[in-house]
Design a protein around this ligand. Structure first.
Ligand SMILES: [Zn+2]
Length: 85
């Protein structure tokens, strides 16, 4: 009789964890809708994906991280031709 309750408790626990994962997935899809963060290069007025090879030659002091592509365009940055952010 007691073990039945333990099984019920475990099942509820699994459901709660699964529901949590579902919410995490929803949050993630919201984030990707907003776009990935981009790295803008000051003075050159160009922005790149964080993994763009051209960023390796740019001093970190000259770069700023922006929330997404839309924000970079708002500040009049232009998209890099190589990484096409
Ligand atoms: Zn680039």
């Amino acid at each position: 009789m007691k073990s039945k309750w333990i099984i019920a408790f475990v099942v509820v626990l699994i459901l709660v964890v699964m529901a949590g994962n579902a919410f995490a997935f929803l949050d993630f899809s919201k984030l990707s809708k907003r776009g990935d963060p981009v790295i803008a290069v000051l003075r050159l007025n160009v922005f790149h994906r964080p993994d763009c090879p051209l960023l390796k030659d740019v001093p970190k002091a000259l770069t700023i991280k922006l929330r997404d592509k839309d924000e970079a365009l708002k500040f009049d940055y232009k998209a890099c031709d190589k990484c096409k952010p």
